[in-house]
Design a protein around this ligand. Structure first.
Ligand code: CU
Length: 470
């Protein structure tokens, strides 16, 4: 009796929860209302079956429960043809009702409209980037072997179709409103999955092949891109954004992005010009780029050009050093504008590579053994020897000023750095710093980083973390 009543309450509760729950579809922003309808049909069919079977079970439990002295006996009825025809028939109708709409939707999903605009989405560990085909409407050939810091997309420079390809090297993509968009999906490393909940689309991205999906955005706004495939340590930080613009705004945005040819035309950094541009920086960072602790300005000598470029860009855009609590970052942000363009940044980057790359003086004491233990997680992004891993966007940690390491880890942990919504790289580091609740641990890490071998003694400037250690 009690069980019967509990089952009835569970049915009522589940149905009430379904209708009253705030966790249902996010408001849709694409043409794929069909997908919602399909999910609704599935809910209706499975819901009806759930209600019917559970209420029948409750009824049977209550109606035929054991009563002392009633003499009731269960009848054995193994072959009831009529009942079986009915059950088979109803089940078949239910299954068809659930699966058939899915086939119709899938047929649409894999049939891309002729006039769809093409965008390539490139996935890599914990980062999204995008390529638009340019005026010819064609994407140039790519080859994973060509991927390098100065050719992050791995474009083949000999393919004329690739010259006008527009390269967006940050995780924010734009698309125009009310136009079908075809995204072709490519991975540089492992399995990922491109998903935008408001568009109701998702598709796996498989290394070695190109997958695709299409949608028509029907609402202006910014929507989050999620990776929905467990793709390693920082999978949960692999987020991006798709911005749906009016066609006009989209065109303006696209025109402001660099093409492959434009990026290639930018001269390689010139260390001689860089030296004169560095004069301003030297006042704080030291004449040899060795870092001046009294001015809280860290060592820059030997900094990887890609990391320097990104930091200067972030300072200029107000993505780093905008938080008033970030006293030193604010000072630096004011200086970043003295490097007026990409060429100037390239020149300074080239000059920094010519400076003596000596390990800085040690100022922080800590438990090195504990630091080593803690550094195992860090090493999967920054390299086991702190060499820095470009493909994971994680800079070199070996040879950094220990006081600066301590300051930055606290900044990340306390949300003073890496909290800006456009700081996709800082956000990853911020989540990693959250494990460092104890200031002692931060000192231990800095002390351990001091023991890492300088570049000349490193076993290899590997571009891949040792995955067997993860
Ligand atoms: Cu992923």
């Amino acid at each position: 009796m009690v069980i019967g009543i509990i089952i009835i309450l569970l049915v009522i509760g589940s149905v009430a929860f379904h209708f009253l729950s705030p966790w249902y579809f996010t408001p849709i922003a694409s043409n794929w209302t069909m997908i919602d309808t399909t999910v609704d049909i599935t809910f209706a069919v499975t819901g009806a079956v759930f209600i019917a079977t559970n209420l029948f079970m409750a009824y049977a439990i209550i109606r035929y429960r054991h009563k002392k002295g009633s003499g009731q006996k269960a009848a054995y009825d193994p072959e009831n043809k009529k009942l079986e025809y009915w059950l088979t028939g109803i089940t078949a109708v239910g299954v068809v009702a659930m699966l058939a709409p899915g086939l119709v939707v899938w047929a649409r999903f894999v049939t891309v409209p002729e006039d769809a605009m093409l965008v390539e989405v490139v996935a890599q560990q914990w980062h999204w980037s995008y390529r638009y085909p340019g005026d010819d409407g064609l994407l140039g050939a790519v080859d994973p072997k060509l991927v390098a810091p100065d050719n992050a997309f791995g474009l083949d420079p000999r393919d004329p179709n690739g010259q006008d390809d527009v390269l967006v090297a940050n995780p924010q993509m734009h698309v125009p409103l009310d136009r079908p968009i075809k995204t072709v999906l490519r991975s540089k490393d492992v399995l990922h999955d491109y998903a935008v909940p408001q568009f109701r689309v998702k598709m796996d991205i498989v290394p070695g092949t190109v997958t695709y999906l299409w949608f028509t955005p029907t609402r202006l706004g910014e929507f989050e891109i999620l990776c929905e495939e467990l793709c390693g340590l920082a999978h949960h930080t692999m987020r991006g954004k798709v911005v749906v613009d009016e066609q006009e705004d989209f065109d303006t945005w696209l025109a402001a992005q660099p093409t492959f040819a434009e990026i290639n035309a930018l001269a390689a950094g010139d260390p001689v010009l860089g030296k004169s541009q560095y004069a301003t920086c030297a006042a704080c960072h030291g004449f040899e780029g060795e870092g001046l602790p009294l001015l809280n300005a860290p060592k820059l000598a030997g900094m990887d050009p890609w990391y320097l470029k990104r930091q200067i860009e972030h300072y200029k855009q107000g993505v780093r050093g905008q938080d008033p609590a970030d006293i030193y970052g604010v000072q630096m942000a004011a200086m970043a504008n003295t490097l007026v363009n990409d060429a100037a940044v390239n020149n300074v980057a080239a000059y920094l590579l010519t400076l003596p790359d000596e390990p800085p003086e040690q100022t922080v004491q800590g438990d090195i053994a504990n630091g080593k233990r803690l550094y195992r997680t860090c090493g999967s992004c920054h390299g086991r020897e702190g060499e820095g891993i470009w493909s994971l966007n994680a800079p070199r940690t070996q040879g950094m000023n220990d006081w600066y390491v301590v300051a930055q880890l606290k900044n990340f942990r306390d949300g003073i750095r890496g909290a800006h919504p456009s700081d996709y790289y800082g956000a990853q580091m911020r989540m990693m710093a959250q494990i460092l609740s104890d200031d002692e641990h931060i000192n231990d890490l800095a002390a351990y980083i001091n023991t890492l071998p300088p570049p000349a003694q490193q076993s290899a400037r590997l571009d891949n973390p040792s995955r067997e250690k993860l």
